[in-house]
Write a protein that binds this ligand. Structure first.
Ligand code: PPS
Length: 576
């Protein structure tokens, strides 16, 4: 059976051509047998998101992971090799070792993390991308403060493999099944409900009154029905988890007039690429059969760069959408920021308020602070049922999980202070504390590892993984490894901040002091060349730039250091 025959092409009144890459049930059964002979690649969580949207046609007109010619033009010009507008490179990144074993034309089996066969791919291209050029082209920056850049440089594999896909089975989801529709299912639903115009609303945040008001007005303005279409794949590290958000959206849905609005979840892995991402989001919504798409201020914005500046201008996304409106086949509804006018007891677009009117607004940061500290959240800002839902998963900080991540040279005093802190917390009671000391972890979790960069990174990521599990369940994890590399510490921070608090403690005792103490005699051995790759002597230590706390044990005792930390933790709200 050739690929073209197995590609179902649907024409919808609005969505255009839909490329569904799934084989028929019979073909899929045969493909599963063929795949037993193929080399397998276990898809990463992001690749699972990408492949689901490739296979179900949400990424039409793509027919697989990008090959080299499509990739090159996409990075440089936002287009595929044939000139079609396509802003984000959808690539299959793999390890060098895996790529080395591949030959052109070979078919590979793509499996989920449990080994279930999702698709097969005929390898067309294998290449080593210029990631710096990709970062500049797609994100407009090489700054690792950008989550998309950080992922590209630190998580994505070094080699890309491109080729067409044959879909065998959709990635499995056990949660919110009633809210997960494919492009074909949504198009059919719109058709059966008689919805001709549909405006889609993209979000990765909980929705409050302002969002409800804005989307309602956008739908009225476009004389369209409304699709609330939140992203539940991968969003920005630190976002509210999708389980909580979806329960909130279900509450908000009830606030719209009946039959006007639908909720459907999008398993997209966002890149936070701002303007390019907005164009991508619009193409995806067109594929789902929508006719209009709301683009707000700072759409898919990645936050601030390492100098504290915005990566993109607040309306760059709207401008890029406008520049390509003829090609997009979906209309933009520009987002007007809504504010609450107290005297009118109404939400109004900010540009329609009068000078003497008292305008209320709570920023995202202020909202999170109120949530974390258990403070009042007024009814004009959100719905009580939404706030109650958020409070369930976001208890005040003194009941949240937190990771205290110590970093510093060998002999800096990390373990001593970490121990003192743990004991003092146990004495205070009320919180569960786990200590993951560098030496202990190396005896248990990481006993086979040495001190190369690769092994150190593995060690730190293991610690980060265990610590984030502890924090996720409301505990306190105190970690005390050397953790010499900033990018690895950053990855741990991202992992933990997705589920709880993260406090980096730099034990900044100088090399001179550590070496003069030389409690374990390791510095002498390192100087003599007996121990290789010794941090500070023959291996690097990248000094943290943004640690929450810096302690130099050269001038204070462990007891004083532990007390200093307790005071800081109290002021941050983690203990009381
Ligand atoms: S890392 O880099 O974070 O993975 O290191 P870590 O797991 O904290 O392990 C550091 C402890 O191992 C001992 N040791 C060395 N440290 C640094 N470099 C080399 N080559 C090395 N070889 C052994 C050392 O005792 C460290 O313990 P601490 O408690 O930090 O002194």
């Amino acid at each position: 059976m050739n690929r073209a025959d197995s590609t179902l092409q649907l024409i919808s009144p609005h969505g255009g051509l839909l490329k569904d890459l799934y084989l028929t049930a019979e073909e899929a059964a045969a493909e599963k047998i063929r795949a037993q002979e193929m080399t397998s690649w276990d898809l990463t969580p992001r690749q699972i998101c990408d492949i689901e949207l490739l296979l179900n046609g949400a990424f039409s007109p793509l027919e697989g992971f990008l090959g080299r010619a499509d990739y090159d033009r996409c990075v440089k010009e936002m287009r595929l090799a044939d000139g079609t507008l396509w802003p984000i490179p959808i690539t299959l990144d793999v390890s060098e070792a895996f790529a080395a074993g591949l030959s052109e034309g070979e078919e590979i089996a793509l499996r989920d993390q449990e080994g279930v066969l999702i698709a097969t791919m005929a390898v067309e291209d294998v290449w080593t991308p210029d990631k710096a050029a990709e970062a500049r082209g797609v994100f407009g920056s090489e700054d690792e403060a950008h989550p998309g850049v950080r992922y590209l440089f630190n998580v994505a594999g070094p080699t890309y493999v491109g080729g067409r896909l044959k879909g065998v089975e959709s990635p499995i989801h056990y949660d919110f099944r009633h809210l997960r529709q494919s492009p074909r299912e949504l198009r059919e639903m719109f058709q059966s409900r008689g919805w001709r115009k549909i405006v889609a609303f993209q979000t990765r945040n909980p929705m409050h009154r302002a969002h409800q008001e804005l989307t309602f007005q956008a739908a009225r303005q476009a004389e369209a029905n409304l699709l609330i279409n939140p992203v539940v794949g991968m969003t920005k590290p630190g976002d509210v988890d999708h389980y909580t958000r979806v329960r909130c959206y279900e509450h908000v849905l009830k606030r719209y007039p009946e039959q006007t609005t639908a909720l459907s979840l999008l398993p997209l892995a966002m890149r936070m690429a701002g303007p390019r991402e907005a164009v991508w989001h619009a193409i995806i919504r067109r594929n789902y059969g929508c006719t209009h798409f709301i683009v707000g201020r700072d759409h898919a914005g990645p936050g601030k760069d390492s100098k504290g500046e915005d990566f993109y201008g607040p309306y760059d996304a709207q401008d890029l959408m406008k520049a390509h409106e003829d090609e997009l086949a979906i209309e933009m509804v520009p987002f007007r920021m809504m504010v609450y006018v107290e005297d009118r007891a109404q939400y109004v677009p900010v540009d329609e308020t009068k000078e003497d009117e008292s305008v209320l607004n709570i920023s995202g940061t202020e909202f999170r602070r109120r949530l974390q500290e258990g403070l009042d959240i007024p009814d004009w800002f959100s719905y009580p049922e939404v706030v109650a839902e958020l409070r369930k998963t976001h208890p005040p900080r003194h009941r949240q999980g937190v990771v205290l991540f110590f970093t510093g040279l060998s002999g800096a005093g990390k373990s001593t202070i970490a121990n003192a802190l743990m004991v003092k917390m146990m004495e205070m009671g009320g919180r569960r504390v786990t200590l993951l000391d560098g030496d202990h972890v190396r005896k248990n979790l990481s006993s086979e590892l040495g001190f190369s960069r690769e092994h150190r990174d593995l060690n730190i990521l293991r610690i980060g993984y265990v610590a984030s599990e502890i924090a996720k369940n409301g505990g306190i994890a105190i970690c005390a490894p050397i953790a010499p590399y900033s990018s690895t510490r950053r990855m741990v921070r991202d992992m933990v901040e997705a589920v709880g608090g993260f406090v980096e403690v730099h034990v900044a005792t100088s090399l001179e002091v550590c070496e003069s103490r030389d409690r374990k005699g390791l510095y002498a051995k390192a100087r003599a060349g007996v121990i290789k790759e010794f941090t500070g002597i023959s291996d690097p230590y990248e000094v943290p730039e943004n640690a929450e706390i810096v302690i130099d044990t050269g001038n204070i005792s462990p007891d004083e250091a532990a007390n200093q930390l307790l005071v800081k933790l109290e002021s941050l709200g983690y203990i009381r």
